[in-house]
Ligand binder design. Structure first.
Ligand code: SF4
Length: 213
């Protein structure tokens, strides 16, 4: 019963968010399970295209990295590099990609996408460069408004810092200290308000499950 009620809640909420995202001229999709993501990507993405990704647990959970590695793409694989220089080169090449895939830190019920980034390699190509940006997010990322989005981000950032093994206060205490650490992950906060300038550039896939942090 409990599961059915959450399924119902996520269906209703997901439908509302997808409608709001579409109203903002994004393409938006609601899928049931994380295993539905790759089949949808097969429909959306053209083969032989150049593809890049931003750091994301959600992409791994949905099998997206394996799909890109094994598919017919020119995948700029940031996780398979031999040197810092090679990684930096990928960061610049990302701007020329056909598709840039990442998740979101939060999506408001009225269709705003909120991201917090450290070095900007996720938010910069999201804003400018790649022809299309595909955002994959679990329903746990959906929040009522921007205030809740900021609270959500403050709550999850220590876990992200811990996951990345960064030397920040929150990695040790689990709480944000608005730090001055050189490894601070909370630097660039970006809100995508609308897609009207480039209709369809953003393709948001909402999954009716909890994914990532
Ligand atoms: S500002 Fe610093 S302490 Fe706070 S969450 Fe970000 S990295 Fe952690």
């Amino acid at each position: 019963m409990r599961e059915e009620l959450w399924e119902w809640k996520y269906q209703k909420l997901g439908e509302k968010v997808v409608e709001r995202l579409k109203r903002k001229k994004h393409d938006a999709y609601l899928v049931n399970k994380k295993t539905d993501v790759v089949p949808l990507l097969k429909d959306i993405m053209k083969e032989n295209s150049m593809v890049a990704v931003g750091g994301s647990l959600t992409l791994s959970e949905c099998g997206v990295l394996d799909f890109l590695r094994n598919g017919n793409f020119n995948f700029l694989d940031r996780y398979n590099v031999k040197s810092k220089d090679e990684l930096e080169n990928i960061y610049f090449e990302m701007f020329k990609a056909d598709y840039f895939l990442c998740s979101a830190n939060a999506i408001t019920e009225d269709g705003k996408i909120v991201q917090l980034d450290g070095n900007g390699t996720r938010v910069a190509p999201m804003i400018f460069g790649p022809k299309y940006v595909i955002i994959i997010a679990g329903m746990n990322k959906v929040v009522p408004d921007l205030e809740s989005a900021n609270k959500r981000i403050e709550n999850i950032s220590p876990m992200n810092s811990k996951r990345l093994n960064f030397d920040t206060p929150c990695t040790y205490t689990g709480k944000c200290d608005d730090c001055n650490s050189p490894e601070r992950i909370c630097i660039h906060r970006v809100i995508v308000e609308s897609g009207v300038r480039h209709p369809g550039r953003f393709k948001i896939i909402l999954v009716k499950e909890d994914l990532g942090l």
